[in-house]
Design a protein around this ligand. Sequence first.
Ligand code: COA
Length: 276
Amino acid sequence: MIRLLVYLFINTFVTMADLKNILTEEKDGVLYLTINREDKMNALNFDTLEDLRIVFEEIEDNKSIKAAIITGSGEKAFVAGADISEIAGLNEVNARKFAENGQDIFFMIENCHKPVIAVTNGYTLGGGCELAMACHMRVATANAKFGQPEVNLGIIPGYGGTQRLTLLIGRGKANELMMTGDMIGAEDAKSLGLVNHVLPTKAEAIEKAEELISKIMSKAPLAIGMIVDCVNAVYLSEENGYQTEANSFARCVKSGDYKEGTSAFLEKRKPIFKGE
Ligand code: COA
C-alpha cells in the first residue's frame, strides 16, 4: 500500500519534460512521437515504456492534441523489440509483471480516443510489432520488416501480440509467424492486413499518415473516440460489443456535433465539429 502511494505521489509530478527516450513535437494538433534509441534499434526498455505511459496520459488529457503519429528514430528500425538485456534476467514473478506492464501501456494506446498511427520503417519486431499493432493504423515504408521472433529467445510475445496478431491476420498466419519467428516484408504484411498502407520512403509514409489524420480530424471527435471503444470491444469477452455500439450511438445523438453534422448535410454545407 505504501509503495503504491509513493508510486502515485512520484507519478503525479512526472511530465512530458521528464521523457528519457521519446522525442515529441506538436504540430497543428498532431503529436509526433519518435522512439529515440537508434543505437539499440529503438528497443523498448523500461524507461521507454514509462515514457509511452506519460505521453499517452498527456494525449488523452490535453485538448490541443488531436492525434498522434509514432515513428522510430533513424532509417533502420521502427522498434526491434523489447530490450533483450532487460529480458535476460527475468524470473517467473517479475516476468508476469513485465508482460502486464507492457500490456497496460499498449492498452492505453489502443484505447486512446484520438487517432494514433504507427509509421514503421525497417525492423518492426517483437514488442515493436506489438506496439504498431496497438496503434489504430499502420503505415509502413517499403523496407519495413515485421515479425514476432520471441520464440528464438525461448519466450513468446508478451505485450498483447498473441492476441492482436491473431485478430489482425487470422489464426493460421499468426501461428506461422509466431512459431517460426520469420520476418515478412511490408507488401506481405499489407496483403495479410497487418499494415494499412505501404509507401516507398519514411517521408512519404509520414505524409500518408498525416493525410489520414487530417481527414479524421475533420470528423466529429466524439464519434471517433466511440469508434475506438466499439472496435476494441470486439475482443473483450466481458463486454458485448453490440451493446457498446448501441450505447455509444445513443451518446452520439446527445452531442452538438450530431446536430451540426446532420444540419450541415441538410443545409448542403460542410460541418464544423467542436468535439462536444
Ligand atoms: N534489445 C536490445 N538491444 C537490441 C535489440 C533488442 N531487441 N535489437 C537490437 N539491439 C541492439 C544490438 O544489441 C546492437 O547493440 P550493440 O551495438 O550495443 O551491440 C544494436 O542494437 C544493433 O543491432 P545489431 O544486431 O548489431 O544489428 P543488425 O543489423 O545486425 O541486426 C536485428 C538487426 C534487428 C535483426 C537484430 O538486432 C535482432 O535480431 N534484434 C533482436 C530482435 C528480437 O529478437 N526482438 C524481440 C525481442 S523480445
